[in-house]
Design a protein around this ligand. Structure first.
Ligand code: MLT
Length: 400
């Protein structure tokens, strides 16, 4: 008889954003005349930039001719894209070897897939609240998870506790869901902790380009010692509107090693390549070509023009919350606004009320962990008109 991986019994019935989509679909079916405004899942709304579209079109043309057609690509991704990413890091004085760059179909997949590299016996430390993928993927593998509380008291930026022994540490900064961002001194504490414990940090930098404060680190490799203990994941989903196009990258430094039970040095970079070449056939050529266009001067300028629109929406949300006296985090250096539910309501209750009374969708903080029970996440990824309307509806609902 087939034996199922029973660790799946320990994950919730459905993924957070699937549950939200289900509730919204049921509401829309029952209320077809009501216009629902979505500020829930962090999905972008603006089209791909001109530079990206031009590259996609060129790529399609190349695929149409035998002389320029491409089949399977190089396992780690095309060198032209890995070189472009290396150049992007160089601008922040981070030196990477091109073999440390792996092209992926997004940060979500790789933050989950990297768990293949580690034995079940590791202790995984994640902040609470947290992007549910880190918790769910490790639960699916049966790994022990411990939590670092992110709360109002520490500004949703927990710092390492030397008394706690963790082997694998997930950090997301700018944070999903709270929008909080670690400064260099705080991130250095995590790097020092990891080096001391012989732990590995899995750093999710998917929102790095939202940072406007030049003093804040956008890559963990801006911190001394990080190349000895940290893997970094990034994505073009939010930077360049690739949520539906799928392209990201993972940096696995060559120095990072894990010792096997027989005392053998296992280099993570080499083992990740081994894993990827077995389980992944890469991102389509045309998408990699489009991704490379993002890293050109013109591509980055156009990406920033779109990000400016989302920043404007974040400001609209933040100033509405200021006006009605609701406490929040994020909204600056981040597309997410993490607000305290009015009257300390339970976040799923607030979700249902906001949907039913104002037809606005957000994400209940409880979906990210227990410390999110009375918090709620709004995104700045809708358009300006809808964002303004959503805020008017919120004010009306709260009689403000
Ligand atoms: C979110 O809303 O948290 C993100 O869109 C999820 C993701 O990037 O996978």
């Amino acid at each position: 008889m087939v034996k199922f991986n029973e660790n799946y019994l320990n994950v919730k019935d459905s993924y957070l954003f699937s549950e939200i989509a289900k509730r919204v679909a049921a509401f829309e079916e029952a209320n077809p005349d009501k216009k629902v405004i979505r500020l829930g899942i962090g999905d972008v709304t603006n089209p791909l930039s001109k530079a990206v579209i031009n590259a996609l079109e060129e790529g399609v043309k190349e695929m149409s001719k035998a002389e320029t057609f491409k089949g399977y690509g190089p396992e780690q991704g095309y060198a032209f894209l890995r070189q472009a990413i290396k150049g992007y890091y160089q601008k922040r004085n981070v030196e990477l070897d091109i073999d440390e760059v792996f092209i992926s179909d997004g940060a979500k997949s790789d933050t989950g897939n990297i768990t293949d590299m580690f034995s079940k016996d590791n202790t995984v430390l994640v902040p609470d609240p947290v992007y549910p993928v880190y918790v769910d993927t490790n639960t699916m593998n049966g790994r022990d998870i411990i939590f670092a509380d992110a709360t109002d008291e520490n500004g949703f930026l927990p710092l390492p506790d030397p008394k706690v022994d963790a082997d694998i540490i997930y950090i997301c900064s700018p944070n999903n869901p709270t929008g909080a961002v670690y400064n260099k001194a705080q991130l250095k504490q995590w790097v020092d902790y990891a080096l001391e414990k012989g732990a590995i940090i899995l750093f999710d930098a998917a929102y790095e380009r939202f940072i406007t404060d030049e003093t804040l680190p956008r890559s963990i490799y801006e911190i001394e010692g990080a190349k000895d203990c940290a893997v970094e994941f990034c994505s073009l989903s939010k930077t360049a509107g690739f949520t539906g196009t799928r392209c990201g990258y993972t940096i696995v430094p060559k120095n990072i090693k894990v010792t096997s039970s027989k005392g053998q040095d296992m280099y993570l970079n080499k083992m990740w390549l081994r894993r990827q070449s077995t389980k992944f056939n890469g991102v389509p050529y045309i998408v990699q070509k489009a991704a490379a266009a993002v890293f050109t001067e013109e591509g980055l300028k156009q990406a920033d023009e779109t990000l400016a629109l989302y920043r404007k929406n974040a400001k609209i949300i933040a100033s509405t919350l200021d006006e009605i006296g609701i406490k929040y985090y994020g909204g600056i250096n981040s597309p997410y606004i993490w607000l305290k539910c009015p009257d300390n309501t339970d976040s799923w209750e607030f979700f249902d009320r906001l949907l039913n009374e104002a037809q606005v969708v957000g994400t209940p903080g409880a979906g990210f962990g227990k410390n999110g029970n009375n918090f709620f996440r709004l995104t700045s990824f809708n358009n300006e008109e809808n964002t303004k309307e959503a805020m008017e509806r919120l004010k009306k609902m709260l009689n403000k």
